[in-house]
Each structure stands twice: as structure tokens, then as C-alpha cells.
Design a protein. Structure first.
Ligand SMILES: Cc1cc2nc3c(=O)[nH]c(=O)nc-3n(C[C@H](O)[C@H](O)[C@H](O)COP(=O)(O)O)c2cc1C
Length: 364
């Protein structure tokens, strides 16, 4: 298999990112994207991403150091841009429901959290101080001044869009590339700027529409699990793919056993979108918590209040290995999950993509 088979549009972006193949392991805050996973991915010629949205500045710094001890290849760091909207509090019905779940788990009732001790700017400062080559973000757009600062220091900045309107805003803000997050995607929706409610556009429709509208590279994301998904994304106009769920079952990922078991036994219909865990729509494998909150979704608090309210429930469930109350984030392609080391998965993805592209053009 030749190593140089990628189309020119793809090669332009991989060259800028300093990687060999157009595969980005998605940042997965909350445990899955361990420094070991990020480094193994980057050492294999793809781009590893560390999701540090939930971490305080000191911990972000130590995670960056761990990655740097394990690789000298480029990697990216990912943060959550805070909402500027006024926060909404949970309804009494939601609080009662959470109390019932807490009682069942034998823990204290959830309390409305106080203000955080650090903010987005504190987190970003660590990234700037530690010479991280690539910065990606979701849930919004940082101030133009911050993006300019990153750009001037040679950092590549990548934003997340869930519709064309958001993609255009990201391009105008000075981003170097855009992740087009289709509604198949596992984890949180990156939605921030749509004037049309909560966009739920599948990747097959979103990627070409965004690629037609912006001049900067588009990175397809959502439901991509193998070489067929990568080849299809390139055909749609993407310059790379960002894959999360496919990496959850890698040996180096930080995924607790009950989550992994549910992932590996999932079906095409196993995932749903829910606001119940965090206050923002996110896709995960259906469980008792999601089902039990279904009729209360309208009353959940906004992010990050709802996320704090459910934290003890989620953490206790993790300790007790109880998948009924854990957030089992995964995308619609979860049933195609495969257990490999990161290096093996990346080599397989590249050779599968080559085979698909070749088979599609052999009779031309
Ligand atoms: C467990 C999990 C955690 C995630 N955490 C983040 C995150 O911290 N930051 C981010 O930008 N995207 C996050 N995402 C979304 C991914 O960037 C990406 O859009 C998604 O994984 C693509 O869909 P797929 O899972 O079907 O590949 C997460 C996804 C998963 C599955």
C-alpha cells in the first residue's frame, strides 16, 4: 500500500498539523482521552487530543507534561468555551427525581453548586504557557483577541460547528479549521450560535454544506468508525476526520469496565440524545438514569449547573460499577466498536480507507 495516496486537499491539512494521516482522535474530557491514549495516537502518525474541559489549571498542566513525556509528536488540547447566556436553575421536579436516585445510591442529595474557582481564561493561560501546538474548542467561540493571540504564537486553532451558520462564525473569528459535528456524534453537542434552535444535522448533510461555504479545512465528525466512514467523509469534502467513539475501546483509553461492556454490546439503536446529565444535549447509551429523567428534561438546569448536580450520582455509579447511573457517552456507530491498541486501530483505519478508495476508482 502506498503511504502517499491521500487527495491533495487532505495533504494540505495533514502537513499543517504535522501528522501522517488525516485522523484526529477526539478530545474526550472526563477520563477517556488519557495522556497514554493521546501519545499513542500521535506516535502512530495521527493526531491525539487531550480533553481537559473539566480540569483545573494545575491538573491541565500536569496532563500536558505527561503527554510530552510520552511523545514529541504534535497533539492538541481541547477546552469548553463558557456560555454567555443567563444560567437557569433546576425545577423542583428535577431536584426531587435526583434526590430519589441519590437515595437509591446511598449518597447525599444534590446541592446547587457555588461558583467555580477558575475560569476559561485561567485554563487557556496554561495552554499558552506550555507551547501546545494545536488548540481546539467546543460550545462557543473564544474572544477574537484570544484567538489572535494563539494564532500569533503559532498555535493552530480549531473550532466546532453543528451547522453552517456556526461554521461561518468560526471562520470569521480566525480559526484555522472547523470540526463539522454531525448529530451522530457521541458526547456533547458543540452547538452555540444557531438562530434556529438546536441543530441536529447528520454528517452526510452537514459536511458538504459547510465545505461549500467556508474556505478553511473542514474536519468531519460523528459516526465515523472505519475506513468506509473516512473515505465517505473525504468524498463529502472533508480534509480529515475526528473520531471519538472508535477510540473508546482502545486499550489506552480511560473507559471504566461497565461503560466498555455496554459499548461493546450496543446496537445501532442504543444511543439517544439527552440533557439530563449536564444541561446540554449529549449522545450516550440509554440507561436507567436517562429513561428516568425523560419526562423532566424541560426542567433541568443549564450547563454547567446540571452537570454539577449529577456529578456525585455519576461518580458513585462509577465507583460501584453501576452503568445504570453513569453517562455512557457514545455515538450512533457504537456497535461498530473494535478492541485494539491505538496504533493497531490507526494502521487498520488507514489501510481500510486505502482499500475503499481504490475499490471505488478501479473501474473508472
Ligand atoms: C466520551 C466522549 C467525550 C467527548 N468529549 C469531548 C470534549 O471534551 N471536547 C470536544 O470537543 N468533544 C468531545 N466529544 C465529541 C467529539 O469531539 C466528537 O464530536 C465525537 O466523538 C464524534 O462522534 P463519534 O463519537 O461518533 O466519533 C466527546 C465524545 C465522546 C464520545
Amino acid at each position: 500500500m502506498p503511504t502517499d495516496f491521500w487527495p491533495d486537499r487532505v495533504k494540505v491539512l495533514t502537513k499543517r498539523l504535522g501528522i501522517d494521516c488525516p485522523i484526529i482522535q477526539a478530545p474526550m474530557a472526563g477520563g477517556p482521552s488519557t495522556p497514554e491514549l493521546v501519545a499513542a495516537v500521535s506516535n502512530s502518525g495521527a493526531l491525539g487530543s487531550l480533553g481537559v474541559g473539566y480540569l483545573p489549571p494545575e491538573q491541565i498542566e500536569s496532563e500536558i507534561h505527561k503527554v510530552k513525556e510520552l511523545t514529541n509528536k504534535p497533539f492538541s488540547i481541547n477546552l469548553f468555551v463558557p456560555d454567555r447566556d443567563v444560567a437557569s436553575q433546576p425545577s423542583d421536579k428535577v431536584l426531587n427525581r435526583l434526590r430519589e436516585f441519590s437515595e437509591e445510591l446511598g449518597i447525599d442529595a444534590p446541592r446547587i453548586p457555588g461558583p467555580s474557582k477558575y475560569n476559561f481564561e485561567d485554563q487557556l493561560a496554561v495552554i499558552l504557557e506550555n507551547n501546545v501546538p494545536i488548540f481546539s474548542f467546543t460550545f462557543g467561540i473564544p474572544d477574537k483577541v484570544l484567538i489572535k493571540d494563539l494564532f500569533e504564537r503559532g498555535v493552530l486553532v480549531i473550532g466546532t460547528a453543528t451547522c453552517v451558520e456556526e461554521g461561518v462564525l468560526l471562520e470569521q473569528a480566525g480559526c484555522s479549521a472547523i470540526i463539522a459535528q454531525g448529530s451522530e456524534a457521541g458526547g456533547h453537542r458543540g452547538t452555540f450560535g444557531s438562530t434556529e434552535g438546536t441543530p441536529m444535522i447528520g454528517g452526510l448533510a452537514l459536511v458538504p454544506q459547510l465545505a461549500d461555504k467556508v474556505k478553511i479545512p473542514v474536519i468531519a465528525s460523528g459516526g465515523i468508525m472505519d475506513g468506509r466512514g473516512i473515505a465517505a467523509s473525504i468524498a463529502l469534502g472533508a480534509s480529515a476526520v475526528q473520531m471519538g467513539t472508535a477510540f473508546l475501546s482502545c486499550e489506552e483509553a480511560g473507559v471504566p469496565r461497565p461503560w466498555l461492556d455496554r459499548l461493546l454490546s450496543s446496537k445501532d439503536v442504543s444511543t439517544v440524545l439527552t440533557k439530563a446529565f449536564s444541561g446540554k444535549y449529549a449522545r450516550g447509551i440509554k440507561n436507567r438514569f436517562i429513561d428516568g429523567m425523560l419526562s423532566f428534561e424541560e426542567g433541568v438546569a443549564s450547563y454547567p449547573i446540571q452537570n454539577s448536580l449529577t456529578r456525585l450520582i455519576r461518580n458513585t455509579a462509577k465507583e460501584k460499577e453501576n452503568s445504570d447511573f453513569m453517562s455512557l457517552w457514545a455515538g450512533q456507530g457504537s456497535a461498530m466498536s473494535r478492541k485494539y491498541k491505538a496504533r493497531e486501530l490507526i494502521n487498520l483505519l488507514v489501510s481500510e480507507t486505502y482499500d475503499v478508495l481504490k475499490s471505488m476508482t478501479s473501474n473508472l
